[in-house]
Design a protein around this ligand. Structure first.
Ligand SMILES: Nc1ncnc2c1ncn2[C@@H]1O[C@H](COP(=O)(O)OP(=O)(O)OP(=O)(O)O)[C@@H](O)[C@H]1O
Length: 303
């Protein structure tokens, strides 16, 4: 059973192909991150799933329904938080939530929704007096009012301070634990890595990497970095150095623990210290940088 299914999705704006054949699935209760640079096609994909736009080609299913043909049924069961919220600036937070509750069949009580997103203290504040991060939280409040089965969150934590971001992660994780399927986009890779169990990285309308977060990252090379001892050249080391970042030697290896052990015993035999030794498995950021440098190399080869 899948909550969201996308097969061969394509969408153009005039002559410009924004999404060029995208496929992925999201299981019920899963948090799925759609990642990629500005203009990669993430919002377009999300808007099609939320029924705001029709695809040119391909099929999409949300909770087993067609987001265009079964638009009203889908809308009743999903929550949406897009990049730009259309609030009335002169309404208070409470008035905004109350107005929105009128559109929802069985809405959460206003106070419960505001408590959930950490906005209880701002009930009587006018929307135009909210900070950027607080507006995102108000948007999230409206998205969860209907207790949706699937949530679409386009950059949900943009503009939030670290504490608000962490609180929002907890809200999102809590909703997923209760069974809500969540598709989110974000430019914060640490956020995606922390929240999502699956992901797709889009570039120029195509998925260039994707799958389970843990599986994808464990297939990537890890990183061992340390300060190169003054008397040593990178060529002498028992593990190949890929880059020097100032005096820091960086090795990219499949098994970073083993590489660190090899380096430490090599240094020990020579009475050397590897200051600032850092050993870690791959992060999403490494994957992004690898994709970007692979692309650069391809461009060089073509040139
Ligand atoms: N209504 C539109 N008309 C024409 N071009 C559009 C329209 N909407 C989006 N595009 C273009 O399609 C491409 C993909 O846009 P999209 O908003 O899906 O990207 P994104 O991955 O969400 O980017 P970001 O991270 O900046 O939000 C961009 O080049 C954008 O300029």
């Amino acid at each position: 059973m899948t909550a969201i299914q996308v097969d061969g999705l394509k969408k153009s704006y005039g002559d410009f192909a924004a999404v060029k054949g995208v496929s992925f699935t999201v299981a019920p209760g899963e948090i799925f991150a759609l990642l990629g640079r500005n203009g990669a096609g993430k919002t377009t994909t999300m808007e099609i799933l939320a029924g705001f736009q029709a695809p040119d080609e391909g099929s999409t299913r949300v909770l087993g329904l067609d987001p265009v043909r079964d638009r009203s049924k889908v809308r009743a069961r999903i929550g949406i938080m897009l990049q730009e919220a259309g609030f009335f600036p002169d309404l208070t937070v409470a008035q905004t939530v109350d107005a929105w509750r009128d559109f929802v069949a069985v809405p959460r009580p206003r106070d419960e929704a505001l408590e959930l997103t950490g906005l209880s203290a701002k009930t009587t504040t006018k929307v135009r007096q909210l900070s950027g991060g607080e507006k995102r939280r108000l948007d999230l409040t409206l998205a969860v009012l209907s207790r949706p089965d699937a949530l679409f969150l386009d950059e949900p934590t943009a503009g939030m301070d670290p504490e608000a971001r962490k609180n929002t992660w907890e809200v999102i994780q809590g909703l997923a634990r209760q069974g809500t399927t969540i598709l989110l986009t974000t430019h914060y890779l640490e956020e995606a890595q922390r929240l999502a169990s699956s992901m797709a990285i889009m570039d120029q309308g195509l998925i260039v990497a994707g799958g389970g977060m843990a599986e994808t990252l464990s297939a990537e090379t890890g990183r061992v970095a340390f300060e190169l001892p003054p008397s040593v050249t990178p060529e002498e080391l028992p593990v190949p150095v890929v880059t020097m970042e100032g005096r820091t030697a960086v090795c990219r290896v499949a098994d970073p623990d083993l590489a660190a052990q090899t380096l430490l015993s090599w240094a020990g035999e020579r009475g050397l210290r590897l200051r600032g030794l850092e050993v870690r498995t791959a992060t999403l950021e490494d994957l992004f940088l690898d994709l970007a440098s692979g692309e650069k190399n391809e461009k060089k080869e073509v040139a």
